[in-house]
Design a protein around this ligand. Structure first.
Ligand SMILES: C[S@@+](CC[C@H](N)C(=O)[O-])C[C@H]1O[C@@H](n2cnc3c(N)ncnc32)[C@H](O)[C@@H]1O
Length: 311
């Protein structure tokens, strides 16, 4: 087992952030991520995931202004993105979640810094109403870059989408449909999956006849709402399945993951489930993330409501 992240670097000594919680795999700090990132050595992290405030005027608590001028928001974003570029290992992955409006500038910044564009993943969002002369926004973006050729790109499979009412498949596979059939001979077939691939285990448990297909760059199966029985925190808690999929895609067990905008700790929770080491920081309320990790270790796993049922 590689060293615990807290043993790798001397990051506990600072006035701007302090250690709050650790597990066998990771450590969580409280404070400003910019100071924290500056304490991380160059080229030491295998994957970073960042889900910053979107500058939509939300209330994240004392000291966070989520209504900056566009130029100020981008200047702030570039300050932590440039740290992410510095700390990521060659071949490591940088994943940034935000509105398309901000991601086009983020992408341009990463391109200029010599990072390699891999994907713009569209994650379907809950129905929102258009404002003014605009289309109704239907997705958040997930930018996926690497520092040079990716060192890890694992196969990730998702269930073939079916209608939750009639059970029939939603997509038109054209002439390729037969290749998805369990009786077929194609690599896309679940029965031909190598053991190390990741799939949505909650669904697998529900249906033994499930057909699977490799993940695409449009994700419309990410739940947006927690099952009401498990609702603990209000806004901005991502579904673990999204982070599990990203972690499975871009890292291997024991790799080191960093998320500088911890929120309710989704990234750390998913990293624990998939046996990756992790480092995290959150400037505001941090108890929800700690409780989530504690619950996971006591076997309490939250359920989510998605377009394809409860997962
Ligand atoms: C969109 S939320 C992240 C939600 C998280 N992905 C989850 O699933 O729970 C953004 C978080 O970043 C935190 N934040 C904002 N500015 C920060 C900073 N400078 N350093 C660290 N955290 C910050 C906010 O308090 C908020 O919890």
């Amino acid at each position: 087992m590689p060293d615990h992240p807290s043993k790798l670097f001397d990051i506990q000594q600072s006035l701007e952030y302090h250690h709050r919680y650790s597990t066998d795999l990771g450590s969580l700090y409280q404070g400003d991520c910019l100071n924290f990132l500056q304490a991380i050595p160059s080229e030491s992290i295998d994957m970073v995931f960042a889900d910053p405030p979107f500058n939509l005027g939300k209330n994240y608590g004392k000291g966070i202004n989520d209504q900056l001028l566009d130029a100020e928001y981008l200047e702030w974003s570039y300050s932590w993105i440039s740290e992410l570029i510095r700390i990521i290992k060659p071949g490591g992955a940088i994943l940034l979640f935000n509105l398309p409006k901000w991601l086009i500038s983020y992408g341009s910044y990463l391109n200029q810094a010599g990072m390699m564009f891999r994907h713009w993943i569209a994650c379907r969002m809950p129905k929102a109403f258009p404002r003014g002369k605009k289309l109704s926004p239907a997705h958040y973006g997930l930018l996926y870059y690497t520092k040079g050729e990716p060192s890890t790109f694992n196969k990730v499979y998702i269930p073939i989408p079916v209608c939750r009412h009639c059970g029939k498949e939603i997509r038109d596979y054209g002439g390729h449909r037969k290749k998805l059939n369990p009786q077929g001979l194609n690599l896309m077939d679940i029965f031909d999956m190598p053991e190390e691939v990741w799939c949505d285990e909650s669904l697998e448990a529900h249906s033994t006849n499930q057909l699977w297909t490799p993940a695409e760059d449009l994700w419309d199966d990410i739940p947006t709402v927690r099952h009401s029985k498990h609702k603990t925190r209000g806004a901005n808690e991502l579904a673990p399945i999204m982070l599990e999929r990203l972690i499975a895609l871009t890292t291997n067990p024991h790799d080191l993951i960093l998320d500088p905008f911890g929120g309710s700790g989704t990234t750390y929770y998913a990293a624990e489930k998939l046996q990756r080491r992790w480092l995290g920081i959150e400037i505001g309320e941090i108890d929800p993330a700690i409780h989530r990790l504690q619950n996971l270790h006591q076997g309490q796993v939250a359920l989510w409501e998605s377009a394809r049922g409860i997962v």
